[in-house]
Design a binder for this molecule. Structure first.
Ligand code: MV4
Length: 456
């Protein structure tokens, strides 16, 4: 209807993803309202929004994680939707419940689905039921009985890994190589599970020694349609922080990826999943093993956008509002190859965050180059939050062209005032093993240790 006010979406996040969500709102004709903490007052990305509301002090617990402040901001600006981005409250089922109870739409799956996927044992059970291949392991949380746990381990075969049911992303895990280590590892992991996640439940899996991290992007609407949008390789990580991601995963038969992707999409239909999601797999010796599902938009979503040509964030908002997916699986086409380099403000040797004022900032451009960043000259990088200041994303006709464009883009990037990991990216993009494709999740840490040994 002419003259009708557009719907308002509140962004419960900051930095590059807040800006990315504003851009999706523009495409959809939505009014975008940013929230910001006192540390982010006056930040450049807030200018891109239609409005901006302060939600509290710098400490995230009092601002970006503050349910009451966010819901009050939504009320104040007349928002009907809240987008949590990634990190912060993006996978918090209690927040999803509070948003729904306030009569608002969370851009994300239901609180119930979030809760299931947050419980890694429940998530695996759902995937086994849906025919998604999982790492062999205990079907339930481990019993309190030592003998029973030892029998489960012997059954799976050493080495095994203990993981917190409430964990994910790498915290609260312990590898056990022989039975003599099991009892101690069990106790310590259970204590950590309680301490970190408030849930003492732990489960056991066969430990895979040299896996790659390969994930499948999915999106599902509320009308029973679900698509998989291709795969990503995110094996290059340090301490569970991804550094470089790419799509598609190199060197894996496309027929195998299609089979796994189709199972992921089918499992979304089966469990009534609505929203974007990522199925995280370990890939080793030609096989996929599901480990966990992320129910948020991910940092690395742009590599999938680059190869599919889709606006995944706009689609995410649309399906959360009840919209129908605008294409069928046979219309999802991937073309070429995409690589993303995460640029962090950090000390290149110690990896300690390097907060401060950005005094010079030049971003690369040209054909096949995309930069997602909220930073401008004069930006203050606060010490309170994640150190990522942007992402350089490239596309090429094939992997070699994408890597060549990534090298050119990283050569052009200038950041002064804060230290960054740009030099590390330049080294890795020219590393022979990385260039050959298919390095394992341990490659980067071994590479850094080796470099340290050589140069001290
Ligand atoms: C594993 C594994 C080997 N075997 N599970 C670490 C983060 C969490 N998402 C799962 N993780 C792992 N689970 C089994 N059964 C090795 C890892 C792992 C890892 C996985 C993905 C990316 C980087 C990693 C670095 C170290 C260990």
């Amino acid at each position: 209807m002419a003259g009708e006010a557009p719907d308002t979406l509140l962004i419960a996040n900051r930095g590059e993803i807040a800006l990315r969500i504003v851009r999706a709102c523009r495409r959809l004709g939505l009014r975008a309202v940013c929230t910001y903490s006192e540390a982010d007052r006056g930040a450049a990305w807030l200018d891109a929004a239609d409005d901006a509301i302060c939600i509290g002090p710098a400490a995230a617990a009092k601002s970006y994680l503050n349910f009451a402040a966010l819901l009050a901001a939504a009320e104040a600006c007349g928002a009907s939707m809240i987008h949590p981005g990634y990190g912060f409250l993006s996978e918090n089922a209690d927040f999803a419940e509070a948003v729904a109870a306030a009569g608002l739409t969370l851009i994300g799956p239901s609180a119930a689905v979030m809760r299931t996927m947050g419980d890694k044992v429940a998530a695996k059970r759902a995937m086994i039921a849906a025919g998604v291949p999982c790492v062999p392991g205990s079907e339930d949380v481990l019993p309190d009985d030592r003998g029973a746990v030892a029998r489960i381990a012997a059954d799976i075969g050493y080495p095994v890994i203990l993981k917190a049911a409430g964990g994910g992303g790498g915290r609260g895990m312990r590898v056990v190589r022989q039975q003599s280590e099991l009892a101690d590892a069990f106790l310590v992991t259970r204590q950590e599970a309680q301490r970190f996640f408030g849930n003492p439940g732990i489960y056991m899996e066969k430990f895979l020694e040299k896996p790659r991290h390969v994930e499948i992007q999915v999106i599902a609407d509320a009308h029973g349609a679900a698509l998989w949008l291709g795969d990503r390789d995110c094996s290059l990580q340090r301490r569970h922080q991804k550094l470089i991601e790419e799509a598609p995963a190199p060197g894996i038969a496309r027929s195998l990826i299609s089979e796994i992707g189709a199972r992921c999409a089918a499992s979304c239909r089966e469990i009534g999943y609505v929203g974007v999601g990522t199925f995280e797999f370990l890939f080793q010796d030609g096989r996929f093993y599901f480990i966990e599902m992320n129910t948020r938009i991910q940092v690395e979503h742009p590599v999938t956008e680059m190869v599919t040509g889709l606006d995944i964030v706009a689609m995410q908002i649309d399906v959360a509002r009840g919209g129908q997916l605008p294409l069928r699986q046979d219309q999802v086409r991937t073309e070429g190859h995409s690589v993303e380099c995460r640029i962090n403000a950090e000390d290149p040797r110690t990896f300690a965050p390097s907060p401060g004022l950005v005094t010079r900032f030049h971003v690369p451009g040209g054909p096949g180059v995309r930069v997602d960043t909220h930073v401008v000259v004069g930006s203050d990088i606060p010490a309170h939050y994640d150190s990522m200041i942007g992402k350089v994303i490239v596309h090429g006709a094939d992997r070699a062209e994408a890597l060549s464009r990534a090298r050119a883009a990283l050569a052009e990037l200038t950041v002064e005032g804060v230290s960054t990991n740009a030099a590390l990216h330049r080294e890795l993009l020219s590393d022979a093993a990385f260039d050959a494709g298919s390095v394992t999740v341990h490659y980067l840490e071994n590479w850094l240790a080796e470099r340290e040994r050589r140069h001290g």
